[in-house]
Ligand binder design. Structure first.
Ligand code: GLN
Length: 527
C-alpha cells in the first residue's frame, strides 16, 4: 500500500453541519453492516436447510462465527493504534470482507437426507468455513477502526460528537434494515448463493466509496509512524506487510477454530457434560485475561475517581454480554420460529423468515430520534436515569420481549400458527431495550474510561458483544428441534424456552436496579 496521500487540510470541509468524513464513515459502515446482517439473517436457515445442519449445530455455528467477528476487533483496533493506522486497516478489512461474502456465494450441492444426518458437500462446507473466517477477520480490521475514526473527526469538547455517533449508528441500522429485506428475500426465494453474492458486490461498492472518500478523513486515520511502518522489519518485509500476512494466517486459524469442538475431559462437568466449541474455550481464556489486565489497572496509581469510573464501566461491559446473549436469539430461534410456526403474510405480502430480522433495525431507526430528543429533556429535569439504571431497563425490556413471544407461542391463532404481529411487538420491546444499552454503552466507554485506555475499553465493549454471541449460540440450543417435530410441539418448545429467557432478562434487570445505587456512589450522581 502506498504512502498516505492525504494532507491535513486547514479548514475541515463540512456537510449538513458535520465533517464530511462522517459521511464517508457512515457509508462504509452502512455497507459493511449491510453485508454482515444480510448474511446473518440467512445463516441459520442456510445451514439447516441447505447443508442440513442439525438445529443445535446451526445455533452453535451462528454464535461461534458472530462471536469471532466481534472478538477480533480487539486485535484490529490494537494493530491500527500501534502501527497500521485506521485508514489502512479499514481498506484491508474491507477487502477481506468482500472476498468472504463472495466466497459464501459458493454454496455447492445441497445436502441430501434428513436434517442432522444428511450427506453434505464437504468441499462447499470448507469454502463456507473459510469465507466465514475471512468475514470475521475483515470485521475485526474494519469495524473498530471505522468507529474510532468517527470519534477523531471531532475535537474532544465538540458538542456535535454525540450527534455524530447517533448519525453513525443510524448508518449501521440503515444497512441492517435494507439488507435484511433484500438479501434475505433473494437468498430464500431465488437462491442462497445469490443473496450472499449481492452482499459481496455491495460491500465492494462500499470499499470503493471509502477509497474515493478517504481524503475527507483529513489525515486523522493515518499510521502513527508511517516511516517505521514501511521500513523492513523482519525477513526483508515491512511491519505493514507482516500485518497483512498475519491477517491471512489468522484467517486460516479462524477457519479451523470455527469447526473445532473440544472434549474437556475431566473438566467436562463444568460444561454440563457437553463437548464445547473451541471458541467457547478461547472466550473464557480471553475473558480471564481481560479481567486480569483490568485488575492490574485498578491496582495501579489511578486516582480514586478514575478507579470508580473504570469499575462502573467494567460492570456495564460485563452486563452487556448477557444482554447480547438474549438479544441475539433474534438471529437464531426467532428466525426459526418465524420460519416454522408463523403466519408471515401481512398487507398481502408474504414476508420471508429472514426478513423479520429487519424489524430490529427498523425500530432502532424509528426510536433513535425519539431517544435523542428524550435524554437531554429528562436530563434537564434531573430524571435522566444513569448508566446502570438504563442497563437495568435494557435487560428487563429484553426479558419482556421474550415474554411476548412466549405468550404468542402458547396462544397460536385458529390456523395453529403465530401471527407476525407478535413478532413486531417483540422486536419493538427488544429495541426499546437496545436503545438503553447499545448507543449508551458506546458513549459510556468514551466518557467513563481514562483517556489512555479508551481504545482497549472499546475493544472490550465489542469483546463482550462477542461473549454475548457465544452465549446466544449456547442458549439457542435449548430451542433446537428434531426433524419431524410437529407444529404443536415446536410451539410448546418455543413457549417454554422463551419463558425461561424472559426470566433471565427480568432477573438480571432486577439485579442491576439493586446494584444501581452502589454503582452510582462510585462515580457521583451525574453518570
Ligand atoms: N447493532 C450494532 C452493530 O452492529 C451493535 C451490535 C453489538 O455491539 N453487539 O454495530
Amino acid at each position: 500500500m502506498s504512502a498516505p496521500s492525504t494532507a491535513v487540510a486547514a479548514a475541515p470541509a463540512e456537510f449538513l453541519g458535520h465533517p464530511k468524513g462522517l459521511y464517508v464513515c457512515f457509508l462504509t459502515e452502512m455497507w459493511e453492516r449491510f453485508a454482515f446482517y444480510g448474511m446473518k439473517a440467512l445463516l441459520f436457515l442456510y445451514l439447516t436447510k441447505h447443508h442440513l445442519f442439525a438445529d443445535e449445530d446451526g445455533y452453535l455455528l451462528l454464535g461461534t462465527y458472530a462471536g469471532l467477528a466481534y472478538a477480533l476487533p480487539l486485535l484490529g483496533g490494537l494493530l491500527a493504534d500501534r502501527w497500521l493506522g485506521m485508514r489502512k486497516a479499514v481498506v484491508y478489512g474491507g477487502a477481506l470482507l468482500v472476498l468472504g461474502q463472495l466466497g459464501m456465494a459458493w454454496t455447492g450441492a445441497p445436502a441430501s437426507g434428513v436434517q442432522g444426518a444428511g450427506a453434505q458437500d464437504a468441499v462447499a462446507l470448507q469454502v463456507m468455513y473459510a469465507s466465514l473466517a475471512l468475514i470475521a477477520v475483515g470485521v475485526g480490521f474494519l469495524k473498530p477502526n471505522i468507529s474510532t475514526i468517527v470519534g477523531r473527526l471531532y475535537a474532544e469538547d465538540d458538542p456535535r460528537r454525540d450527534a455524530g455517533f447517533t448519525i453513525f449508528y443510524m448508518g449501521i441500522n440503515v444497512g441492517a434494515f435494507t439488507s435484511s429485506l433484500i438479501v434475505a428475500w433473494i437468498g430464500e426465494r431465488i437462491g442462497w448463493g445469490w443473496g450472499f453474492a449481492v452482499s459481496g458486490v455491495l460491500m465492494a461498492l462500499g470499499l470503493v466509496q471509502f477509497l474515493f472518500g478517504q481524503r475527507h478523513l483529513l489525515g486523522h486515520a493515518e499510521p502513527p509512524d508511517p516511516a517505521r511502518l514501511r521500513a523492513p522489519a523482519l525477513a526483508g518485509l515491512s511491519r505493514e506487510a507482516w500485518i497483512y500476512l498475519g491477517g491471512l494466517l489468522l484467517t486460516v486459524a479462524v477457519w479451523q477454530v470455527l469447526q473445532t469442538r473440544v472434549d474437556l475431559g475431566p473438566l467436562s462437568a463444568l460444561a454440563g457434560g457437553h463437548e464445547v466449541t473451541l471458541t467457547e474455550v478461547v472466550a473464557v481464556v480471553l475473558g480471564a485475561a481481560l479481567y486480569l489486565w483490568f485488575l492490574r489497572l485498578m491496582l495501579s496509581d489511578l486516582s480514586a475517581r478514575d478507579k470508580g469510573r473504570m469499575l462502573m464501566l467494567m460492570v456495564l461491559i460485563t452486563v452487556s454480554a448477557l444482554f447480547w446473549g438474549l438479544y441475539e436469539q433474534s438471529y437464531g430461534p426467532w428466525v426459526a420460529m418465524a420460519d416454522r410456526v408463523m403466519d408471515r403474510t401481512t398487507f398481502g405480502i408474504a414476508w420471508t423468515a429472514g426478513q423479520t430480522t429487519a424489524l430490529g433495525a427498523l425500530f432502532v431507526i424509528a426510536l433513535s430520534p425519539v431517544f435523542a430528543w428524550l435524554w437531554p429533556r429528562l436530563d434537564r429535569r434531573g430524571w435522566n436515569p444513569g448508566y446502570p439504571a438504563k442497563f437495568g431497563w435494557a435487560l428487563a425490556l429484553c426479558g419482556l420481549a421474550f415474554g411476548v413471544l412466549a405468550f404468542a407461542a402458547a396462544h397460536p391463532g385458529e390456523d395453529g400458527l403465530v401471527s407476525l404481529w407478535w413478532m413486531v411487538l417483540a422486536y419493538f420491546v427488544l429495541c426499546l431495550g437496545e436503545m438503553m444499552l447499545s448507543p449508551i454503552g458506546l458513549s459510556a466507554v468514551t466518557t467513563l474510561s481514562i483517556p489512555r485506555a479508551v481504545g482497549m475499553m472499546m475493544g472490550a465493549w465489542f469483546l463482550f458483544s462477542a461473549f454475548g454471541e457465544i452465549i446466544a449460540g449456547r442458549l439457542g440450543t435449548w430451542a433446537a428441534l428434531d426433524p419431524g417435530t410437529t407444529t404443536a410441539q415446536a410451539l410448546a418448545t418455543y413457549a417454554d424456552v422463551f419463558m425461561r429467557m424472559m426470566w433471565i432478562g427480568l432477573a438480571a434487570g432486577a439485579a442491576m436496579f439493586v446494584l444501581t445505587p452502589v454503582l452510582r456512589r462510585l462515580v457521583g450522581p451525574r453518570a
